[in-house]
Write a protein that binds this ligand. Structure first.
Ligand SMILES: Nc1ncnc2c1ncn2[C@@H]1O[C@H](COP(=O)(O)OP(=O)(O)O)[C@@H](O)[C@H]1O
Ligand SMILES: [Mg+2]
Length: 423
């Protein structure tokens, strides 16, 4: 239901609604008229009537269904999906305020869910967004390029996760010609905007404080454009009080970005995983950024295990960043790989000069990378795209073949006598 199907658009009614109560009908009719739709297309009788009616007639471009009288909205929506032709944009309304229901509805193809009572403006916004999908170039490009969502997770602070997230987002825009959103979820201290020499604006903070406002138009207004194909949502939220959120805003932002862009890169601080595990559910790829240090090894093990149990469908790319060239390693590549029980996929050399230059110019490191620093960046964006295009395969992490726990392995490695540390 969520994939616009342009070829048929001309044969369909532009709009039909099935509502449960007179108040909703009264609100819908004038808004329908504003859009040039017949007010008579606002029918009484909620979801059940919608299913009956669509089983014997062509589906409209935009379908509004009221779920208020539905005892099992998700099940009923699936029944609707069976009679609804592809390309119909379905907007649902209901009284159940539950993120999980919202998630499930969106996953089953619903374009938007309006919580009753909603305002006329919310209704207008959702219709405007539905129309922009039907008519806009975005809908078409989306069909060509399925959305790719990548979460970049630093196993520790300072390993360069934000540097790589910004670079990956830039590469997906510049080299892979995908419209890309960079969502910086370090809400207080994020560097997504700073790294690109942009002002973060209040968009992300507003979204978190007011998740009901998040929709396509909101995204359009709130995101800061870095270039033709790269937009950023980042914040410098005030640090004098905590931001209260149950994570709804983050989920809705992801959903809207899926609609509006061809790829999304999440700069995902590790503590956010603990608080909002659902943030990675829809990510095709997780880029786990580490360094060759003992602390990084321990946390890579833990984060890989976490991903395996919380997002088994997400493909994992393990990156080692800031690898010193002189061989002054805290832990060797071999020991690191043995401990994490898989190979490192990509190594980025420690390039203080390039990092400093990127910061000074306000450009992503990938943009100024040349020579041996350019290659791993190209590998990163290629791997992300190829992982994302593989259908549903198993997660990339290798099984625990030895039968020992991951942490056991680390422990035994740490127990090895280390001359440098001898008392
Ligand atoms: N490959 C690299 N070589 C040298 N410095 C790097 C490299 N990658 C990142 N840096 C620098 O490391 C610092 C921390 O990077 P950042 O991306 O903010 O880390 P994180 O988001 O993981 O906390 C920044 O000053 C950045 O320029
Ligand atoms: Mg960071």
């Amino acid at each position: 239901m969520n994939a616009p199907f342009h070829a048929r658009a001309g044969l369909r009614d532009p709009f039909t609604a099935f509502v449960c109560d007179e108040a909703t009908a009264d609100m819908l009719r004038p808004v329908a008229v504003e859009h040039g739709w017949s007010p008579e297309k606002v029918n009484k009788g909620g979801l059940r009537n919608a299913v009956q009616s669509l089983s014997v007639s062509a589906s409209p471009n935009i379908l509004f269904v009221d779920l208020s009288e539905s005892a099992d909205p998700l099940n009923d929506i699936n029944a609707l999906a069976e009679v609804c032709e592809p390309g119909t944009i379905v907007i649902a309304a209901g009284q159940v305020n539950d993120v999980r229901l919202y998630r499930d509805l969106v996953a089953s193809g619903i374009h938007d869910y309006l919580l009753k009572p909603f305002t006329v403006d919310q209704l207008r916004d959702t219709f405007a967004h539905a129309q922009s999908i039907l008519s806009g170039p975005r809908g078409e490009t989306q069909v060509d390029k399925p959305h790719v969502m990548t979460a970049v997770i630093g196993v520790r602070g300072g390993v360069g996760a934000s540097t790589l997230a910004t670079s990956l987002a830039w590469l997906l825009g510049e080299k892979a010609h995908r419209t890309t959103a960079l969502l910086d979820l370090d809400v207080h201290f994020g560097t997504g905007a700073l790294a690109l020499d942009l002002e973060p604006g209040r968009g992300l903070t507003d979204a978190i404080e007011n998740p009901s406002r998040i929709d396509g138009l909101f995204i359009e207004r709130a995101m800061v454009r870095a270039n033709e194909r790269l937009s950023v949502l980042s914040a410098e939220a005030p640090i004098n009080q905590p931001l209260m959120t149950d994570g709804t805003a983050y989920f809705q932002l992801q959903e809207e970005m899926k609609n509006a862009f061809e790829s999304t890169v999440l700069d995902l601080p590790r503590h956010m995983l603990i608080q909002y595990p659902h943030l990675v559910h829809d990510a095709h790829v997780a880029v786990v950024v580490s360094e060759l240090t003992l602390a990084s090894t321990r946390d890579t093990i833990r984060i890989l295990a976490w991903l395996k149990s919380n997002a088994p469908q997400t493909k994992v790319i393990v990156v080692s960043n800031r690898v010193p060239s002189g061989g002054a390693l805290e832990i060797s590549k071999k020991d690191f790989e043995q401990s994490i029980e898989r190979n490192i996929d990509i190594m980025f050399p420690d390039e203080a000069k390039a990092a400093a230059q990127a910061a000074k110019l306000g450009k992503p490191m990938a943009e100024i990378a040349t020579g041996k620093l350019a290659a791993p960046f190209a590998t990163l964006s290629n791997m992300v795209l190829s992982h994302a295009s593989e259908d549903g395969g198993a997660a990339e992490t290798k099984g625990n073949a030895s039968g020992r726990s991951l942490v056991d392995n680390l422990k035994s490695m740490l127990a090895k006598p280390k001359p440098a540390q001898a008392a």
